[in-house]
Design a protein around this ligand. Sequence first.
Ligand code: G6P
Length: 613
Amino acid sequence: MCGIVGYVGERDATRIVFDGLKRLEYRGYDSAGLAVLSDGRLEVRRSVGKLAELERVLDREPPRGTVGIGHTRWATHGKPSEVNAHPHLDCRGDIVVIHNGIVENYVELRQRLRDQGHVFRSETDTEVIVHLVEAFAADGASLDEAARRALRELRGNHAIVLMSLREPDRLVAARLGNAGGVTIGLGEGETFVASDLTAILDHTRTMAFLDDREMAIVTRDGFRCVGLDGTPVDKSTTVVSWDPVAAAKGGYKHFMLKEIYEQPRAVSDTIRGRVNQGPASVRFEGVPWTDAAWRRFRRVLIVGCGTAWHAGLIAKFMLEDLARVPVEVDYADEFRYRNPLADAETLFVAVTQSGETVDVLVSMAEARQRGAKVLAVVNAIGSQAARAADGVIYTHAGPEIGVASTKAFTAHLTALYLLALKLGQARETLSNDQLNQAIQRLLELPHRMGDVLSRDQGYEDLANRYAKCRDFLFLGRGINYPIALEGALKLKEISYIHAEGYPAGEMKHGPIALIDEEMPVVAIAVRDHVYEKTLNNVAQVKSRGGVLIGLGNDGDDTLAAISDHLLNVPETSEHLTPLLTALPLQLLAYYLADRRGCDVDQPRNLAKSVTVE
Ligand code: G6P
């Protein structure tokens, strides 16, 4: 959601914090701000809009200092404005705070503090934090002591960083619940704080991650961790292998385009080291269960949000078919409110790129409480979901910066396919031959994905032609129905064209009324076991005067004959077709959005990781 960066060291804090914020701008970008301790003063700069605005402000009056904090905001309480942008100051201008999360009891806290004489300047919930700390510091308490007392009064989930003129050698960072991560990065004579490790990867790979209700007192020599009750916590550090270069645009116009083209690599990295052929097997380094333990699961529950939920819907087909185990898929935001049935024989799978989506984290806790075993399929190393799960399957997509998820999606599908094979092996629903064959198809997949991505399929022509359309309909059946949903989601997220995904067979029960020459219909009709049925459904579009963009296998003349435009993918096994059909739809959405002049990487109102419920 919001991006947080902090620095204590010897170098120019403004530059380091600002550069870190640039790496996090995808998390929230309606306003931004930065504070630096400068010769006994707290210099604060804030601005509405994207970071380029803040940069203009900084260029005019650059604050100079070696300790600083910065924030990019995704507004929840109070509109995006300079005064509502973080950092927020206390009454005297001695203490500053940046914050991710929502102070659920801010109304009563603000009233109490106002009654005590505190003056509020913004409409945010965040500002109560800094006044509370000020109140506790008034009797001489140190910053960390005042912060500990203040934080105990907050309801909700929070990531917080504080800085004070009175203790200019340190930052205080804290995590309460799941409002995004708090990562501490250790350098030589300098220490970093960030909501997301990509912000500080340029400087260090040695990281520590705060857990719930932990606070770190951060100085240039490192950090000390305590619980909110004051007890010292022994924190271990991890060396992260992500390459900072992977988080740069590398010559592409947008991160999204770069990430689309990285998919063959992301998928092969996700497979690597996890499969054996001959006596075929699948193994996950982060999952501690024996085959007997895998066998004990009688059902699978999958949750996710947005694109990750679509990955879950596809996994249902893979798991039910290959491992013959019943699967339910829920939106994480719905799961916890439906009194779900889960027990010790339930495998609960949380699918999440960021590992910080709060709805997912809360569902994991709910499932665990009901006795289920929790497995996280997650991309972000050290994220909360990874740490809260009983087992983790990391996808190796690398940092995904574009808000609309692409490579994380296909990496999720790869990991979920491996999970289906693992369960199929343990439950003996797959013979050794079948498993060998499935693994072979999977190993060939990155090459096929590369083939699809290297084809010039006329995306720019399609974009020129249809950029002015107001609506799109996406159709698919079976395992490609969720791809229709995903194609529609990608398009609406980044181009703001209204789009719906529908099962092709359902079109006749409603959406068919919409068909006309103004609304392109994108139909996925690959040669799978429902191919002919899908073709019949799709033909109804043409016979009603609709515009048809067909997406089928190479050499499909039947589909070509009824389509106004054709997109092709090679054949693969049915369970893996979504990893190919997703690609032309990502590119179609990308070129349409770019043609319409939209901000592809940072679409309006969205955020990369959603840490509010
Ligand atoms: C946001 C993003 C989506 C993403 C969803 C779930 O809505 O804009 O791209 O699919 O969150 O995020 P997660 O990190 O849990 O996969």
